[in-house]
Design a protein around this ligand. Structure first.
Ligand code: NAD
Length: 714
């Protein structure tokens, strides 16, 4: 069944062959190994015919070209030999396109990623529709591998070394117009004209191959071509790219971008067949790595979370218009994001200046995109016009969703909910962006508590990819489904959590911060604790993070969590309290654990130790520091599963990676526990509990899993 009609071909009267992709029963076209075999057969047959004049690749799915190879197949390979063989086969199929005597083109109508882009690169021409749905790129490094069907060898010759490195090392995608500017596609036309233009191009090329190529291909600058022919120049460009990669990631954690440098280098230094061979061997080396397996697992989890659940009990309502209450940091950010996605926003605040600041911040973000050539002025004006501001609740009657982002105060939130309920329709959903207040309490006096849910964004809204969707005790499945789908529409990954203090991410993260405070109280040096955390792969050490969050905010959240869960979570608040009393609030006051100058972190402030009443100095091995901070989180994550705050390990792992920056190469907090071994985790936690206190006592779930030899992931 699968793959039977995934790729078909027909030869038209004029001798043009149309190869159509249409993975059966799927929303996207994937290059499975079966599809690749069928394509191979088609190409072998075509090479033998002399009555064909041109070849066009197209997709039968509107707004979709090819989403890439099948990650399930990549995930299933765990030996280097088979992995390299799979790449070699793909290379050989695409080489057959490049070797055809007739011109070939592809008409790109939507996402064209990974293997899709590599297929396009093997064609004579690439024609793309002028629509935002078109995104072209080679995102392989994001799953810990490199392009393996010739992408690293063909792209540099088309767009030049510097641009090829940018695309391959970042895995970012570009729009049709940007692709045209860099020479990655030859022609960009409105969608309705795409097919006609692609066919016309093939006709012209069939009659005059060289002439047509010269006319449509963007000429590479003579200077660039000259420089790229020089080995010393290429070495300079490559070493600069290596340095910038080293500044972003460690080679031991993320080998793929470093190996991509070698592959792209070969595109110029070696003949094509040798470059392809190197590319395949590198793919072989990377596919079986732990990093790649973990990144693929996260990719699949994230994709699954963005899809409507199969067992959904309610369908989401479409959100056409929203209102936002509170135009502060969060409300303003949410307004910008919604308008960015074309959703009209009614933004309300009690202060005119807050509304103006929100508009200014949004316009600033869009202006940055204009500067980068990612947004034009017409589109900018359209987005600005989508946000209308107000000091009262006028214009709320046709709103589908109200997002509340006023100050974190239960009485205020209840009051704004009561005021707005009179103005909105019966089915309008009310979503609170609270970071700590129970949704059940916010909805306690609501007329329609079933329409009240939590929608917890992270700061900064436009950059943080996670939202927590909180189902209150009385929230209706339809209201929850509606905000979940809305979050996906905003480009976020939603994780549904139960209404419970601190929800999921902040609760688990507090254990990390809390353990660091314990270490400080024992006399550990602040910079050593932070260094241990970043060496593990955390983006920021706990003290640097506390400075950024604000010590007063952290103390407030710690207090809420301690009130709910007792000493396990909040035992370190006295130290935080002492620091807050001494006037240290973190970055915003230019002083927390570290000193700051012009917003930049400088050295640790030695006065912190006396302010925190720490009068001894102690040293512990880095591994011990890491173990204490990470296992504290693992244990709390297990408690969250026991309590039903999260429904599965997958949700916690995605939430901690996207919301707290837990190192993606480790696959997530609980994946890390699996890799450590659950019995070992339980043993270490028990020993820590004996030495450090009950907060480390292993969760019942972990003990049970150790006894039954179970894992979080099968
Ligand atoms: P903020 O102080 O920047 O903004 C709050 C805004 O609400 C202010 O402009 C204020 O004038 C306005 N406001 C107050 N009463 C109002 C009313 N009755 N009607 C309309 N507007 C009113 O605060 P923020 O940081 O944007 O936080 C807003 C909410 O988001 C809080 O619940 C907070 O806990 C939550 N949150 C904040 C962050 C963060 O990092 N800042 C992250 C996640 C969630």
């Amino acid at each position: 069944m699968a793959g039977e009609d995934a790729i078909t071909h027909r030869i038209e009267a004029g001798g043009i062959v149309r190869v159509t992709l249409n993975s059966p029963g799927a929303r996207v076209n994937l290059l499975t190994s079966e599809t690749m075999r069928t394509l191979d057969e088609i190409l072998i047959a075509l090479a033998r015919r002399d009555d064909v004049r041109g070849l066009l690749f197209e997709s039968a799915k509107p707004g979709m070209f090819i989403a890439g190879a099948d990650v399930e197949e990549i995930a299933a390979i765990d030996d280097a030999y088979r992995a390299a063989e799979a790449a070699r086969f793909g290379q050989a199929v695409f080489q057959k396109i490049a070797d055809l005597r007739i011109p070939s083109a592809c008409s790109i109508t939507g996402p064209c990623l990974g293997g899709g882009t590599e297929l396009a690169l093997a064609c004579t021409f690439r024609v793309a529709a002028d629509t935002p749905e078109v995104r072209i790129g080679l995102p392989e490094v994001q799953i810990g591998i490199i392009p393996g069907f010739g992408g690293t060898q063909r792209l540099p010759h088309l767009v030049g070394l510097t641009r090829a490195l940018d695309l391959v090392l970042s895995g970012r995608t570009v729009s049709a117009r940007t692709a045209r500017k860099m020479g990655l596609v030859d022609l960009v036309v409105p969608t309705p004209l795409l097919e006609r233009e692609a066919l016309a191009l093939l006709e012209r090329a069939a009659a005059d191959p060289r002439g047509t190529l010269r006319r449509v291909r963007k000429p590479r600058g003579a200077m660039t071509t000259f420089l790229e022919g020089l080995a010393p120049w290429r070495r300079f460009v490559l070493s600069r790219a290596r340095k910038s990669t080293e500044g972003r990631v460690r080679e031991s954690d993320y080998p793929a971008p470093f190996r991509a440098l070698a592959a792209v280098d070969a595109a110029f230094a070696l003949p094509l067949h040798q470059g392809l061979d190197l590319e395949a061997r590198i793919v072989g080396e990377l596919i079986p790595t732990r990093t790649s397996k973990n990144l693929i697992r996260l990719f699949k989890s994230q994709t699954a979370l963005k899809r409507e659940p199969d067992n959904a009990v309610a369908s989401p309502r479409r959100v056409r218009r929203i209102a936002i209450l509170g135009a502060g940091i969060m409300g303003g950010g949410i307004a910008q994001l919604a308008a960015d996605r074309g959703i009209p926003v009614r933004l309300k605040d009690v202060r005119q200046d807050a509304l103006l600041t929100a508009l200014r911040t949004a316009s600033g973000l869009w202006r940055k995109q204009i500067a980068k050539g990612r947004l034009d002025r017409v589109e900018f004006a359209r987005r600005m016009a989508l946000v209308s501001t107000t000091l009262d609740e006028r214009g709320f009657s046709r709103i589908d969703l109200v997002v509340e982002a006023v100050v974190e105060d239960l009485a205020v939130k209840q009051k704004v909910l009561a005021a707005v309920e009179e103005r909105i329709g019966e089915r309008t959903v009310f979503a609170s962006n609270t970071s700590s207040l129970p949704i059940g309490e916010i909805a306690a006096r609501a007329l329609r508590p079933e329409r009240v849910v939590g929608l917890h964004f992270f700061n900064p809204v436009h950059r943080m990819p996670l939202v927590e969707v909180i189902a209150g005790p009385r929230s209706s499945p339809e209201a929850v489904a509606t905000v979940r789908a809305f979050a996906v529409e905003l480009g976020k990954t939603p994780v549904v959590v139960r209404d419970s203090p601190g929800f999921l991410v902040n609760r688990i993260l507090m254990l990390y911060l809390g353990e660091a405070m314990h270490l400080l109280a024992e006399g550990m040096r602040i910079e050593q604790v932070d260094a241990a955390a970043t060496a593990f792969g955390m983006p920021m050490g706990p003290f640097a993070l506390l400075d950024q969050v604000g010590l007063d905010t952290a103390r407030h959240v710690a207090g809420v969590l301690e009130g709910a869960f007792g000493k396990r979570i909040g035992a370190a608040t006295p130290v935080l309290g002492a620091l807050v009393e001494s006037g240290r609030l973190g970055m915003k006051t230019d002083g927390g654990f570290y000193k700051y100058a012009a917003g930049k972190r400088r050295s640790v402030d030695p006065k912190v130790y006396s302010a925190a009443k720490v009068d001894r100095v102690r040293e512990l091995p880095m591994e011990t520091l890491q173990e204490r901070m990470i296992l504290a989180m693992v244990n709390e994550a297990a408690v969250c599963l026991e309590d039903g705050v999260a429904s599965e390990a997958r949700d916690i792992d995605v939430a901690m990676v996207l919301g707290a920056g837990f190192p993606p190469f480790r696959g997530g907090l609980l994946r890390h526990a699996d890799e450590t071994g659950i019995p070992l985790v339980v043993d270490r936690l028990s020993r820590l509990a004996d030495a450090q206190g009950e907060r480390f006592r292993p969760a019942e779930l972990l003990r049970e899993m150790a006894r039954e030899q179970r894992h979080f992931y099968p």
